[in-house]
Design a protein around this ligand. Structure first.
Ligand SMILES: O=c1ccn([C@@H]2O[C@H](COP(=O)(O)OP(=O)(O)O[C@H]3O[C@H](CO)[C@@H](O)[C@H](O)[C@H]3O)[C@@H](O)[C@H]2O)c(=O)[nH]1
Length: 488
């Protein structure tokens, strides 16, 4: 008989991309705060991205261990040192091919993972959804595997409905809307908003991976979702009851970051100091600034960035704009900015080249809205901070997340993107961007949207407080893992 005082040991294994590593590190912190022993598995070049967070957690007396695996970049045909999707999506072309090579490289991690599991015998493995083979690895040692899904229930339900009922086959053109069969809320989509691989009848590398992910999930212990019940109750219920999934909404995980440093330093080193950023924001009026950021993977062309710059200037709104391009030196020609732009917007706008302290910015009272690509972390961070959004989906789950934000929650204005285009995005004109920004910031619906967003933000905080829905779900999950351990 094993003692119930045994300290459970949980392994966390995030996919090597910021949109996955950031929430899983927060998740590990949440488990550690509940007194569990936690270990994060990552690779050599990704370790520095989380070491500061781990150090700050240590300073609070909470230990998170780290285990390093060698990433087989060269073996998988990737450039040496390519260990994070961030570096791939920064290239101007060839991204998709490299993304698949990257996925292949991760499959080579199964063997070293198994060795680690054998040596350390943790009580549970929480592995990213992108690692379907992690279920087999854990199975070999009788360790339960939980799947971490960094998206919302709404998008999980949408995807399942498309797979199960194939509503996209009931329309005759790619731009004709179809209703998502059986999904609560009369939600419509078009085939253009979905990846080709999802709706084609023949098997592709991507559809094969999707099948492997779905199959490995069925054999897993269950699914952890970074969301909270109150933000999408109909979809949490639908996923669990109608689709019969074992899932725990335990978010927003970003709320485990209380202090300024914790909020500011997530993922890469920020390209601006917290002080400089806060000083700039402190000088602005409440709700007067729009924050623009497209996550860690979207890579727009110079001409698309130019349209954004022109729209910002034309809207007259104050802004913080994060651009994934570094300026090499002062004299560097920047082909993505109109001539004299920076001089003209000097007091009105702040451009951050590289990485921004996003959660810190979103939580400042000067921020009145967020122009986002609808990556789920960004959307949830905005909801948590009580901010409405301009939605500009690009690929992945962005189009589903946009529906949730603008149609279900009614806290968003769509910029009007019609088509799923990986990494570089569908083109959006200056006029469309300016119109959406103006509507969000000062349009006739702006006040109501802001007030709805604020209420959701309050609900998010309540969900993670003791007795709240996510807090209780996490307690229940820990107990399930504990009782699994006691099983003969
Ligand atoms: O300058 C920046 C840019 C991003 N972030 C953070 O990086 C994360 C970005 O995540 P997300 O908004 O989800 O965007 P992606 O990086 O594009 O994430 C990928 O992974 C997500 C989780 O699976 C998916 O929902 C997205 O669609 C997919 O594109 C968020 O926590 C941001 O706060 C910063 O802190 N500073």
């Amino acid at each position: 008989m094993v003692s119930s005082c045994h300290q459970l040991h949980i392994f966390f294994f995030p996919y090597m991309a910021h949109g996955h590593m950031i929430p899983i590190v927060d998740l590990a912190k949440l488990f550690a705060l509940r007194g569990l022993k936690t270990t994060i598995i990552t690779t050599c070049l990704n370790a520095p991205l989380i070491s500061k967070t781990i150090q700050r957690t240590k300073d609070l007396g909470i230990d998170i261990d780290i285990q390093i695996l060698k990433f087989p970049s060269v073996e998988a045909g990737l450039p040496e040192g390519c260990e994070n999707l961030d570096s791939i999506t920064s290239y101007d072309d060839g991204s998709l091919e490299l993304i698949f090579k990257f996925l292949k490289a991760t499959t080579l991690l199964q063997e070293p993972l198994e060795k680690l599991l054998q040596d350390c015998q943790p009580d549970c493995l929480v592995a990213d959804l992108q690692f379907p083979w992690a279920t087999d690895a854990a199975d070999k040692f009788g360790i339960p595997r939980l799947v971490f899904k960094g998206t919302c229930f709404f998008s999980l339900c949408t995807l399942e409905c498309i797979r199960l009922y194939e509503p996209h086959k009931k329309v005759t053109s790619d731009s004709e809307p179809f209703v998502l069969t059986n999904l609560p809320g009369d939600i419509k989509m078009t085939r253009k908003q979905l990846p080709d691989d999802l709706i084609q009848d023949f098997e592709t590398d991507y559809s094969k991976l999707m099948k492997e992910i779905a199959e490995s999930e069925l054999r897993s212990f269950g699914i952890i979702v970074n969301s909270f019940y109150e933000v999408e109750p109909a979809y949490v219920d639908y996923y669990k009851k109608a689709l019969g999934k074992r899932a725990w909404p335990i978010g927003p995980v970003s709320l485990c970051n209380g202090g300024i440093d914790d909020k500011a330093q997530r993922g890469k080193e920020a390209s601006i100091s917290e002080n400089e950023c806060l000083k700039w924001l402190d000088s602005k009026k409440r709700n007067s600034v729009i924050y623009i950021c497209f996550g860690s993977m979207v890579n727009f062309s110079a001409s698309q960035l130019m349209e954004i710059a022109k729209a910002l200037e034309a809207s007259g709104q104050e802004f913080i704009w994060v651009v994934r391009r570094e300026k090499k030196n002062k004299k560097d020609e920047e082909d993505w900015l109109p001539k004299g732009f920076e001089e003209r917007i000097e007091r009105k706008g702040l451009i951050i080249r590289g990485w921004a302290p996003q959660v810190l910015i979103l939580n400042h009272e000067a921020i009145g809205g967020f122009l986002t690509h609808c990556g789920w972390n960004s959307v949830l961070e905005a909801i948590t901070a009580g901010k409405p959004m301009v939605t500009w989906p690009v690929f992945a789950d962005h189009f589903y997340n946009e529906k949730l934000v603008s149609e279900v929650l009614q806290i968003g204005v769509s910029v009007g993107v019609k088509e799923w285009v990986a990494v570089h995005g569908d083109y959006v004109t200056t006029e469309a961007i300016e119109k959406a920004i103006t509507e969000l910031m000062v349009g006739k619906e702006a006040k109501e949207m802001r007030s709805r967003a604020k209420k959701l933000g309050e609900m998010a905080t309540q969900a993670v407080e003791e007795g709240g829905s996510s807090y209780s779900n996490l307690s229940a999950l820990v107990e399930e893992v504990r009782s699994h351990r006691h099983r003969p």
